[in-house]
Design a protein. Structure first.
Length: 317
């Protein structure tokens, strides 16, 4: 197992991944992310891994992970190594959290969502709907002490990462171009472990990508705002930073992101023709045109043509 503090650099070329949450079957939006990441890996003769992000167990649906895997296989999107489940990797996240604690950049936070809202409102800050609240630093101490023993970590308290002053992260998205985010202004100190002791997506995804030597991350643009946080964590933990590509979202009739929370319908992959219909819709959303559309076309033939047609430049056009 790679050293968490200094994972080995990618030694075997392109390594990408698809990381769905098992909160339901794949819908049109998640198929776009799966197909885009698969095509980018295949065009670059790389490996494509599958990771099940099942940390938030109350939201996970029993059997959804197996259904997602069945749907991917029905669409011809096969992975190259054994799938992983985040719920089986809790010790690895604990090790990373202990490392951050040793650096004296982690602190307790007992704030509730409502108390954060109240503090921000008192400062005249109103957070728009569907936008993340910027943490106002209520619980941040003047001096952060090291907790020498994990058993001393408080229960019923979140653990936040203390950000340096004036922290702006810049990176190049291979599809969208140069990106920049002021983490202090736009995010604030962010949570690594929740009040219910669940490790957050930000910490888990950074640890997983480093240990799996992922060097290309292709995912929906809804996750673009998380990227600066993850790059900062990679830097602090001395992990390499992958390349990033963010794909356009599939929206519903109201202009909202298509998701399981908005009751998005599962894709139909019961037979080859239905699976091909879903793949063609996903490819069209990604800007791919003039792909085989005959009834006699096999999924393997269609995917080969799609791989040859894949172009990162058309994603943002």
């Amino acid at each position: 197992m790679p050293n968490l503090q200094n994972p080995s650099s990618p030694a075997d070329g392109y390594r990408g991944r698809f990381a769905p949450s098992p909160t339901g079957p794949l819908h049109a939006g998640s198929l776009v992310a799966a197909l885009g990441s698969w095509l980018d890996a295949r065009q670059n003769q790389g490996k494509w891994l599958l990771r099940i992000e099942d940390l938030d167990t109350p939201r996970c649906i029993p059997g959804a992970d197996q259904e997602i895997m069945r749907q991917l296989q029905s669409c011809g999107l096969f992975w190259d190594e054994e799938p992983t489940w985040q719920s089986k990797r809790l010790e690895r996240y604990k090790v990373a959290l202990e490392r951050l604690n040793e650096l004296q950049i982690v602190y307790y936070c007992t704030c509730t969502r409502q108390s954060i809202v109240s503090t921000l409102e008192a400062q005249g800050v109103i957070t728009p709907r569907n936008q993340e609240m910027v943490y106002p630093g209520t619980c941040r101490p003047q001096k952060i002490a090291t907790h020498q023993d994990e058993n001393k970590f408080l229960t019923q308290a979140a653990l936040r990462l203390a950000l340096p002053i004036d922290l702006t992260i810049e990176f190049e998205d291979l599809a969208l171009g140069k990106q920049s985010q002021d983490l202090n202004r736009d995010v604030g100190d962010f949570v690594l472990r929740r009040r219910d002791s669940v490790f957050t997506y930000q910490l888990a995804v950074v640890v997983d990508d480093a240990e799996q030597r992922i060097n290309h991350i292709v995912r929906g643009v809804d996750l673009l705002s998380n990227t600066a946080r993850q790059i900062h964590l990679q830097s602090v933990l001395e992990y390499p930073t992958p390349n990033y590509i963010h794909l356009p979202l599939v929206l519903d009739e109201y202009g909202e992101k298509l998701s399981k929370q908005t009751l998005a319908s599962a894709i139909n992959t019961e037979n080859t023709q239905e699976a091909l219909k879903e793949l063609r819709k996903a490819a069209k959303h990604l800007g791919l045109r003039d792909l085989p559309d005959g009834k006699a076309t096999s999924i393997a033939e269609w995917l080969l043509a799609a791989t040859q047609a894949w172009d990162r430049k058309i994603i943002s056009s």
